[in-house]
Each structure stands twice: as C-alpha cells, then as structure tokens.
Design a protein around this ligand. Structure first.
Ligand code: SF4
Length: 104
C-alpha cells in the first residue's frame, strides 16, 4: 500500500517490509528465504499440473501461476496463485522433474 499517508510512515523493520513486498499471498514462507537462485517452479510443492498459457497469447505459452501445497498443509486452506518465477522460500524442496518455463 502506498497512499499519501503510508508513504510517510516509519518502517520499524525494513527487512520485514522488504519480505512482505516481494512475497505473493499463498506462499508457505517469505520469498527469497530458500536456496539461492531457486524458484517456486522448481519446488515439489508447486502444484502446477502442467498448466500453460496459450502459445499465441500475451504470455507466449509460459507456465501459469499455481498454488503451493505446503501452504495448504500448513494453513488448512488453499492459498493464492504464485507466479512460477517467485524466489523460493525456506520450505523449498527440489522437484524431481520441474516443469519447463514454456510449453514445448
Ligand atoms: S518454494 Fe515451494 S514451499 Fe515455498 S512457497 Fe514456493 S512452492 Fe511453496
């Protein structure tokens, strides 16, 4: 949120504010707290089900956002859809066969 009032409020914990700003709703933990350079797409908990955008569409056949099953297990409810390129969180577990970024 960046309305005219909140822009002038003090951020008591800048690191936490950074985590909040880069973490989409539905992640099991803060984005970027997992292994360096790993993304949700490569995680075993990324429930992609091989869903891709149309090849001729605006997103050129790229992998659609998906839910995190770790979040569902921890919170007992489904979370939001996470873009595949989101930096991984601390619960990251490498998938045996991560889906390609674009449909073949
Ligand atoms: S890294 Fe894995 S466990 Fe963490 S939010 Fe992404 S899909 Fe979920």
């Amino acid at each position: 949120m960046s309305d005219s009032i909140s822009m002038h409020l003090t951020r008591p914990n800048p690191k936490l504010a950074e985590y909040v700003s880069r973490t989409p709703a539905g992640m099991a933990y803060w984005a970027g707290t997992g292994p360096k350079n790993s993304t949700c797409r490569e995680c075993t908990f990324f429930d992609h089900a091989k869903r891709y955008y149309a090849k001729r569409g605006m997103n050129g056949g790229s992998l659609k956002p998906a839910r995190c099953t770790k979040y569902s297990a921890l919170c007992s409810q489904a979370g939001g859809l996470i873009p595949h390129a989101t930096p991984a969180c601390k619960y990251f577990e490498a998938a045996t066969a991560a889906p390609p970024i674009t449909e073949k």
